[in-house]
Design a protein around this ligand. Sequence first.
Ligand SMILES: Cc1ncc(COP(=O)(O)O)c(C=O)c1O
Length: 286
Amino acid sequence: MTQAYLNGAFTALEDAHISPMDRGFLFGDGVYEVIPCYDGQLVAMPYHLERLAQSLSGIALTSPHSDDALTSILTELVNRNGGGDLGVYLQITRGAAPKRQHAFPEHIEPTVFAYTFAITPPSDGSPETAKCFSAVTRTDQRWDRCHIKSTALLGNVLHMMEAIDAGAEEVLLFNSDDELTEAAACNVFVVCNGTVLTPALDHQILPGVTRRQCLELLEAHTDWPVEIRPVLRQEVAQAEEIWLSSSTKELAPIVKLDGKAVGDGKPGRMWAVAQKLFNEYRFSAN
Ligand SMILES: Cc1ncc(COP(=O)(O)O)c(C=O)c1O
């Protein structure tokens, strides 16, 4: 039975209840993190805590816990769920107020919720273990604050459904200047003429922990050219390789885009090297 954490207590997930007046429920007024854990060890926790602090600051919410306290809570939660390979979901909302009003209420306690779910470890970088994706392209119709890891994900959800309705598994989003932003639930890397490209961080994309780790690993362990700059729709359409990056996937190859093969339609040579680096160094940011 999955154990959860809610506002100071550990409990069975089905016994964890919040008020319908919680602003996370009413307004999506909250932020979250998903932290992978392999063999009971949380991955890149300092980076997740750093981003959580940025997200909380982005919605003017003071964290109810220090970084050390949050780490202890999540470590305890992992142990209570048997360690192993888990995704840890942590959500902090502004809390429940007596009245539904848009303006921030005063004197309410944030709601802190966490639970775990089973995950399979990412690929070892071999083609046999690659989880390949197909994707479609769409115009990014989300909001202008995508750098905040907000629980208000309806824009992402609707884009993901566009992919699924088109028979694909992810969607690559482009702004009105035909520049790549990200995917519905991942950042994106593109290989063009042997150069690795990824969009720069701004309000249009989430500062992914895996994106950050990938850039650090490529810098430290390869001599590949890497460019952090606007990536044009045309470059994506002609790319030799496209990778999704996210905490639970690490790097996953997109092998089909808008119905056409990416490269030779198989996981790319550079993806294999990059994903092998994750296997060796995924805990290096701990
Ligand atoms: C919209 C979006 N972009 C990027 C990412 C990747 O972020 P991370 O690598 O921190 O998991 C996610 C992960 O959930 C996401 O939802």
